[in-house]
Ligand binder design. Structure first.
Ligand SMILES: [Zn+2]
Ligand SMILES: [Zn+2]
Length: 94
């Protein structure tokens, strides 16, 4: 079950759109929630980013390519996408 805080966070993620599409200048696309896997860390709101279906599960997406090839292809890593997401979401709160 998602907590209320998680639901609000997911709502902001979906308003933001796919963080990779934003990075690539493709505009706002309806995202899916992607959980960033970290060793030993528990999942929380800081560990999720929005990715459109193609950039999430598609052939050019993080699951389709695998994280390493995805990061090489787009020249950006999950950690950077995550921190950009958090900055943009903090901007939405203002
Ligand atoms: Zn995308
Ligand atoms: Zn995912």
């Amino acid at each position: 079950m998602a907590t209320k805080a998680q639901k609000q966070h997911y709502d902001k993620l979906s308003r933001l759109g796919c963080i990779l599409c934003l990075h690539l200048g493709l505009g706002t696309t309806q995202p899916e929630i992607h959980h960033i896997r970290r060793f030993g860390g528990k999942r929380d709101n800081a560990e999720v980013i929005g990715l459109c279906p193609e950039h999430h599960r598609g052939n050019t997406g993080v699951h389709g390519l695998g994280r390493k090839r995805f990061e090489t292809r787009y020249g950006i890593d999950e950690e950077t996408l995550r921190s950009q997401t958090m900055e943009l979401i903090n901007g939405l709160n203002r």
